[in-house]
Design a protein around this ligand. Sequence first.
Ligand SMILES: [Zn+2]
Length: 358
Amino acid sequence: MEDKTFQRIKELTELQGTSGFEQDIRAYMRKEITPLVDEVQQDGLGGIFGIRQHEEADAPRVMVAAHMDEVGFMVTQITDRGLFKITPLGGWNPYVVSAQRFTLKTMKGDYPCISSSIPPHLLRGTAGQKSLEVTDILFDAGFESREEAEAFGVRPGDTIVPQVETIKTANGKNIISKAWDNRYGCTVVLEALEALKNEKLGHTLIAGANVQEEVGLRGTKGAVNKFKPDLFFAVDCSAADDTVTKNGTFGHLGEGTLMRIYDPGLIMLPRLKEYLLDTAETNNIPYQYFVSKGGTDAGAAHTANEGIPSTVIGVVGRYIHTHQTMFSIADYDAAREMLIQTLRGLDRSTVQTIIEGK
Ligand SMILES: [Zn+2]
């Protein structure tokens, strides 16, 4: 991996923005996309996309969408003791929330904040900790009282986002960060646009990132209505399941990009599958079949407008939706190559074949 790519991954994964509060990531994407496209447009909820216009106005329209948001929390109440009750934004396993470092984002500034936990000392003589709900966990920024928190600008509706430094593992093969779901998508969109900058494409390309994916694929609906793509590719990160055994599980680190044949919200269309398999085989791109228990923006896109053939060009990460995700550099390289080659091959007749099955 080039230093430039690692630097970009570090910047994007260390940026903080949960669902509905993607402004810092949007600003970064706007700055990076602008020199690579003819025009940048934003949808009403804040999704941002660069457009590379084909010279023929009726050329097929291909959309590639990451999502900018990461899982986080929203302050719902400030307690008398100056701590915060929260509601999760996106899916959290309650057992990974406690005892972590976060940033509390308020109108007066960003503050360090931690999630509460119970020391073993205080569990002695009790039956142990009862089953845990995310909303039972208080967040603590060290304020002495509600009044003090309010004086620092804290209000219900403020967000709390994981704070983590992005680093490489000892063998140099993997990266540890937060939010690879889905700053992977943001990174790969920028690098594909860069790689294709001086090439003529057979379609009008609309590439960027949605908002509010983690709270139910909300951003993509407005975006596909605005940009009216003929084909839609989500670029997203899914959960690896390979730490105990690889037998009978999906999503193995280091085994390439994902051929996502099924998830609860999307069945890969046979023509898209044929096209992607052919693209991977022709270009020697490592890939693995993937069946997911979760959905992506492709699930929302394919039932939008008049029905948009959609799929995902993805990667896996271990321990996603936490502070510490581990992912493979080789997998990222495979996915980037897959996206670039997929876009290179999409001209009028290929898109027509995928849509009409001829
Ligand atoms: Zn996610």
